[in-house]
Design a protein around this ligand. Structure first.
Ligand SMILES: Nc1ncnc2c1ncn2[C@@H]1O[C@H](COP(=O)(O)OP(=O)(O)O)[C@@H](O)[C@H]1O
Ligand SMILES: [Mg+2]
Length: 254
């Protein structure tokens, strides 16, 4: 059975997709695991990362969740051994309405739609959207674990409090086994401000925080244009070093 991990946070631009695409690649390439990356964002950034011609894809997570195709038909190989992707598309913007119209068990739609892929993978990673309550609820219901990438700033602590409340609710109603692996500090810079916020995070008791911190590194953005994970694009840069350290920390926890 695959271990399922949701990469989620309340906001856009905090490194969710960067974390999802790079962790997925490191698990597959370095640890030789069978990995499926599921893109749950209508902007389809994770998809475009691995599939440049993604706009032509006809079978995506939207078609899977609305019963227009099987998950096996929608899964694509990325070209990296052991790494597959279940793509997204603009059509996925309709999914919130679709979920709203369901009369029962709407929280379980993602879980049941991809259940048949479970036996084919060691790890399934969900790249969650910044907004879309029902999609997020579905992702947390389908997951065993959560990773929370945050930029250390003013908005982060209130955001974390909100997530902690959501997790409590999901555990109570749809998924008692859900576990927060940790808060992941991203785009870290060695300034007074960021150091102070990072210290504050590590001291809070609400949620666990990873020892690994992801430093700000422009190579991570450059790699996107080359459609390569960071360990393939430049394996010596800080981005590659930090995401490899994170993968190692995760392997100890999983
Ligand atoms: N550690 C980092 N250092 C520098 N830029 C980063 C880092 N992590 C992400 N980025 C860039 O920040 C932007 C937002 O990141 P992204 O992963 O797409 O966030 P999200 O999925 O949370 O919206 C992207 O342009 C990405 O390349
Ligand atoms: Mg994203």
């Amino acid at each position: 059975m695959a271990k399922k991990i949701a990469i989620t946070y309340e906001k856009g631009g905090c490194g969710k997709t960067t974390t999802a695409v790079n962790l997925a690649a490191i698990f597959a390439i370095k640890y030789k695991l069978k990995v499926l990356l599921v893109d749950l964002d209508k902007q389809a950034y994770a998809t475009s990362y691995y599939i440049p011609e993604h706009k032509q894809i006809e079978k995506t997570i939207y078609e899977v969740m609305t019963d227009r195709c099987t998950p096996q038909e929608a899964v694509r190989h990325t070209g990296y051994e052991g790494l597959d992707i279940l793509p997204s598309s603009r059509r996925f913007r309709e999914i919130e309405t679709h979920l709203m119209m369901m009369t029962r068990r709407q929280e379980y739609l993602l879980l049941s739609s991809i259940e048949s892929l479970d036996k084919d993978y060691d790890i399934i990673l969900f790249d969650c959207p910044p907004s879309g309550e029902r999609v997020k609820e579905n992702a947390l219901t389908a997951s065993d674990y959560i990773i929370l990438p945050v930029i250390p700033d003013d908005f982060a602590i209130p955001g974390l409090i909100q997530i902690a409340e959501e997790v409590t609710e999901i555990k109570r109603f749809t998924n008692p086994k859900l576990t927060v692996l940790g808060v992941l500090i991203t785009m870290y810079e060695n300034t007074n401000n960021k150091t102070a916020y990072t210290r504050a995070f590590k001291q809070q008791k609400l949620l666990p925080v990873f020892n690994t911190v992801i430093r700000k590194n422009t190579k991570l953005s450059e790699a996107i244009n080359h459609h390569k994970p960071i360990i393939d694009y430049d394996k010596r840069c800080n981005g590659a070093i930090d995401y490899s350290a994170l993968a190692e920390e995760l392997m100890e926890q999983l």
